[in-house]
Each structure stands twice: as C-alpha cells, then as structure tokens.
Design a protein around this ligand. Structure first.
Ligand SMILES: [Zn+2]
Length: 257
C-alpha cells in the first residue's frame, strides 16, 4: 500500500516530477526530442518527452506544496536566468555568472526539495539519491512555518557553455550522481545547463568552493564550465554509446523472436 510521504493519504496520488519538467523541456526543445540518459551502465536509454516522474509518492494536495519553490528554481535557473545573472567575461567568454538579486536560500530550498523527493522515490533514475538520516530533517526544514534548511545542506552551482558545439550530444539529462569532494558527501544534480553540487554533510565546503556556495549569500556566483573537456561529457558519451548498444541488442532480439 502506498501512502503520501507528506500527509499519509492512501489515495489521490499525482505525478511528481522531482526534477521539474521544464529542465527536460529545455533540452527537448533544443533537440526536438529528448534522449534521457543515466550513467555509463546505460540503464535508462529512452525518450522521455515529459521527463521522469513518480506517481506513488505524493497526493495532489501535497504535490501542490512544491509549486512555489519549484517555480522559483525554474525562474532563476532557467526561464529568467539572464535577468537574474550577469556574465563575468574574459577573452574566452563567460567565466562565471553573478547575481545580486537572487534569493540564495530559496535556491537551496529548491535543490533540497529535489533531493528529498528523489530520496523517497523508487524510480531507478533517482536510485543514487538516499538521504538516510537527513530525509526527515530535510522534510521538516522544507515544510516548517518558516522554512529552515538544515546546515548539512549547501550547494555550489555551475553552468555549461558551448552546448551548441556540433560534436556534443546535447539532448541528454544525466541522472543524479553521488560523489565525494575530499571527505565531503555530495550529490550532483543536472538541471538543463545548470549543474548543482549539493553537499549533504555536517562539514562545510572547503575553499575554493566555500566562496561560491549558496550559504555564502550574495552575490550569488555560478561557475561557467566548458562542456567539451569536462568529465560529464565523457560520461554522456559513454552512456549514449551504451544506450545505442542496448537499443541494437533489443532490436536484434525482437527480430529473432
Ligand atoms: Zn499528501
């Protein structure tokens, strides 16, 4: 029996997108269709025109409680990014983006809300997200009368450049990765062109990341990254290769049965 993970209701479930659909749509609109990829194992090679959702975690009333916070994240990191953030440029293009007006703690709430929903979800796409003892405190922090995100959470943001380069696979959204920065536990979330590195650890970020973290306050800085030399692109290429092999094997199987 499923029950709503916020109120306990046993009926009235709706589709929870976890990572808002808008971030999938951005990629889909640029490429006409979306190739959804996960990791080098190639578990999720499929078209997912409306992204990945879980229809078994939240009732309609509780899903609606995420609307304001999701809307803020979509607005700041996607729809009105250029309004909130100004590029810091050198000869090679933007090296960072800076905002004096974005609400950094609201952005952190947005990221924690994604991670919390991913953590309670049983969708394979989110299987790497597991907050363990921090699941309850994240929920309590998000839904307190005045939301207070526990100190274990903080985040650094980056944004990919040159996603228009013809040799790069663009229609891809990787699943969240778990990683360690030195001793610090973190998750990497892919939100369209923005990548969020979300710390889930009692220890603070170390330099130089500490100077970029959302808890540092304003100005909010987003690191600009070139897609081509990044590890992400290697992971994407591997995944797309694996996805293609999976597809060929499936086709071959169908032909023989
Ligand atoms: Zn509910």
């Amino acid at each position: 029996m499923n029950f709503c993970r916020l109120c306990g209701a046993q009926a009235g479930f709706v589709k929870s997108h976890i990572i808002p659909e808008a971030f999938f749509r951005q990629l889909r609109d640029e490429e006409q269709k979306l190739l959804l990829v996960a990791d080098a194992a190639g578990y999720f090679p499929k078209n997912a025109p409306i992204g990945v959702y879980d229809g078994e975690i939240l009732c309609k009333l509780c899903e609606a409680k995420f609307l304001a916070i999701d809307t803020y994240g979509i607005d700041a990191l996607l729809t009105r990014f250029d309004w909130y953030f100004q590029p810091i440029v050198n000869d090679n293009g933007p090296v960072a983006y800076e905002s004096a007006s974005v609400d950094t703690l609201k952005l952190l709430e947005f990221l924690v809300a994604i991670i919390w929903r991913g953590s309670i979800s049983r969708q394979p796409f989110f299987r790497t997200l597991a907050l363990g003892p921090h699941e309850e405190s994240a929920k309590a922090g998000l839904f307190a009368t005045s939301p207070v995100i526990p100190k274990v959470f903080d985040a650094v943001l980056s944004r990919w450049e040159d996603t228009k380069a013809p040799s790069l696979p663009k229609a891809a959204l990787l699943n969240p990765h778990r990683e360690r920065w030195g001793d610090i536990n973190a998750y990497r979330l892919y939100l369209g062109k923005v990548v969020a590195y979300v710390k889930v650890d009692q220890r603070p970020f170390l330099a130089p990341f500490a100077t970029f973290s959302l808890r540092t306050g304003l100005p909010c800085r987003i690191i600009s990254r070139r897609l081509a030399p990044s590890n992400d692109i290697i992971a994407m290429r591997k995944t797309i290769g694996a996805a293609e092999r999976n597809r060929q094997q499936l086709l071959a199987k169908r032909r023989t049965t």
